[in-house]
Design a protein around this ligand. Structure first.
Ligand code: SF4
Ligand code: FES
Length: 246
C-alpha cells in the first residue's frame, strides 16, 4: 500500500511517500525514511518490542509506541508529531526531563519498614497483590503524561505515571512512609485533586495500566485520612510478623 507519512519536524512539516507491506510498524516506516529518503530525520527507539518505552510519539493525533503501532490500521495519510508537554530536542525526540522530574518528586522507591525482619508475603490471589500488580508494569514511556489534558493547563500537576507509582508504594505494606506520601499526593496544585478523570491516560497506556484508578484510590485514602478513617495497611498476621521480628 502506498502511504504518505507527514512528520512534524523541528524545521516544519515534511511529507514522505513510501510503499508499505503488511505487518510493518510506524517504526519500520521511520527507519525506511531515515535509511532511504532522509538521513537527517531524528527519532528515538531501542528495544523495538514495546518494552523500553523510548519510541513514544503522537500518531494520527493519539499517543502510541511507534514499534507497536501497525501501519495497516492508520490509513493512507499518517501524521506523526513528538509527545506533548515535553520540550522537543529534535524532530520526534523530546526531552524526558519533565516526565522524570515529576516521577522523582514522589520518591518512587520503597522505603522499607526497619522493623520488618522477614519477608511479608503477598499471596498471588490477594487484595494486596491485586492492588499493586495492576500498576507495576509501567515502562516510563511518557504517553500518559503527553495525553493528560490537565498537565497542559496546570504544569505542577504530577501527572498519571508519577501518581500511579505513588499509589503502588502507598498500597505496599512494606513501605513505611505512608503519611509523607499521602501528604505529597494530596497537595493542592500538584496532587490528585487536579485530575478530572478524563481517562486519556488509560486510553493510551501501552501496558493497560489505569492511572486514573490509582488516582481514585488515592483520593479515597486522602478522604479517609481526613475523617480519621484510615485503616492500618497490615493484616493482623503481618502485624504479628513485624512485632515479633520473625
Ligand atoms: S503509566 Fe502507561 S503510559 Fe504512563 S508511563 Fe507508564 S506505561 Fe507509559
Ligand atoms: S522501541 Fe522500545 S518500546 Fe518501542
Amino acid at each position: 500500500m502506498q502511504v504518505t507519512v507527514h512528520i512534524d519536524r523541528a524545521s516544519g512539516m515534511h511529507d514522505y511517500s513510501l510503499d508499505t507491506k503488511t505487518q510493518q510498524t510506524v517504526l519500520d516506516a521511520l527507519f525506511f525514511i531515515q535509511n532511504e529518503l532522509d538521513e537527517t530525520l531524528a527519532f528515538r527507539c531501542s528495544c523495538r518490542v514495546g518494552m523500553c518505552g523510548s519510541c513514544g510519539m503522537v500518531i494520527n493525533g493519539r499517543e502510541g509506541l511507534a514499534c507497536r503501532t501497525n501501519l495497516d490500521r492508520l490509513g493512507r495519510d499518517i501524521y506523526l508529531r513528538p509527545l506533548r508537554h515535553m520540550r522537543r530536542i529534535k524532530d520526534l525526540v523530546v526531552d524526558m526531563d519533565e516526565f522524570f522530574t515529576k516521577y522523582r518528586a514522589v520518591d518512587p522507591y520503597l522505603k522499607a519498614r526497619p522493623e520488618v525482619h522477614s519477608p511479608i508475603v503477598a499471596p498471588p490471589i490477594s487484595r494486596m497483590r491485586e492492588d499493586i500488580d495492576v500498576g507495576l508494569e509501567c515502562i516510563s514511556c511518557g504517553l500518559c503524561l503527553s495525553a493528560c489534558d490537565v498537565v497542559g493547563v496546570v504544569s505542577e500537576f504530577l501527572g498519571p505515571a508519577a501518581l500511579n507509582r505513588a499509589y503502588n508504594l502507598i498500597a505496599d505494606v512494606r513501605d513505611e512512609d505512608l503519611d509523607t506520601r499521602l501528604g505529597l499526593v494530596g497537595q493542592e496544585r500538584s496532587g490528585v485533586w487536579q485530575c478530572h478523570t478524563h481517562m486519556s491516560c488509560v486510553e493510551v497506556c501501552p501496558k493497560n495500566i489505569a492511572p486514573t484508578r490509582a488516582i481514585a484510590h488515592l483520593k479515597r485514602k486522602l478522604i479517609a485520612r481526613r475523617f480519621g478513617l484510615h485503616r492500618e495497611r497490615l493484616t493482623p498476621q503481618q502485624q504479628t510478623i513485624i512485632q515479633e521480628g520473625r
